[in-house]
Design a protein around this ligand. Structure first.
Ligand SMILES: [Zn+2]
Length: 253
């Protein structure tokens, strides 16, 4: 199918739901902008803010920056040559959880989401695909080049949209700020169906260091050393990257 309008790069069946979640992001931005104006006025009035208020003020500034980045990212996905689709988590064969996969039969990248917060999270992974920070195996649809730091970025974006949702997740701590959403926090997250999916022994088997489709084999080996996946051996010599040597890589050209 030829894509001739930007709107068409979101599967038309999912577009109303996409637009509804996007409107929720704009709504949060509006709300945060109102809070920002309140703190700015307070600062003008009092000169120095109480610690509690200055912490909230700093948070709302970061929240606005992050929500703006989410909106830019959604626009990028809408204008991409890649078609993206949304599905409810109940349709995810992987235990009904949220996630992002490549569907080879439709050549679409599918975001499994439960609500607007997980929409923000999963579409952040879409942006990572657009920038070559992640890719997929074009036959199995599974992620390649995914790592703990991709998750940190996705959870931080989700935190900006709905901090309470992220605080409600079970991990070693409840993040009170963006800085508290770290690789260690992601590592310790408890999934709904198993103990710790992103940990050393978890099922997600994601990279332990930050990698992209252009990372050399040595970096990929370091990232995945705990699992030594069979595909790593097929990459050839040390100068190989995912992009240059992986046989069935679905990546952004
Ligand atoms: Zn994620």
């Amino acid at each position: 199918m030829k894509i001739d309008s930007p709107e068409m790069t979101i599967d038309s069946n999912c577009k109303p739901q996409w637009d509804s979640y996007k409107a929720d992001v704009f709504g949060k931005l509006k709300e945060a902008t109102r809070r920002l104006a309140k703190f700015e006025a307070m600062q003008l009035r009092k000169r120095t803010l109480k610690k509690r208020d200055s912490t909230k003020f700093a948070f709302v500034k970061m929240q606005i920056a992050s929500l703006n980045a989410t909106i830019c990212n959604l626009r990028r996905l809408e204008m991409s040559a890649q078609v993206y689709a949304l599905k409810d988590t109940s349709q995810n064969p992987a235990k009904g959880e949220g996630g992002t996969v490549y569907a080879a039969n439709s050549d679409q990248i599918v975001f499994y989401v439960a609500n607007a917060a997980s929409f923000v999270h999963e579409t952040t992974h879409g942006g990572q695909y657009e920038r070559g920070e992640q890719a997929y195996d074009s036959t199995t649809g599974g992620p390649r080049g995914d790592d703990l730091f991709d998750e940190v970025a996705a959870y931080q974006a989700e935190f900006a949209f709905d901090a309470a949702q992220v605080k409600g997740l079970k991990s070693s701590s409840k993040p009170k700020s963006f800085e508290a959403v770290t690789a260690v926090w992601v590592n310790d997250l408890k999934g709904p169906h198993e103990s710790h999916p992103y940990s050393d022994t978890g099922s997600a088997k994601i990279g332990r260091i930050s990698i992209t489709i252009n990372s050399p084999k040595a970096s990929l080996c370091a990232a995945y050393h705990l699992w030594d996946p069979p595909w790593l051996k097929t990459l050839g010599n040390d100068s190989c990257t995912l992009k240059s040597c992986y046989q069935n890589l679905k990546y952004k050209h």
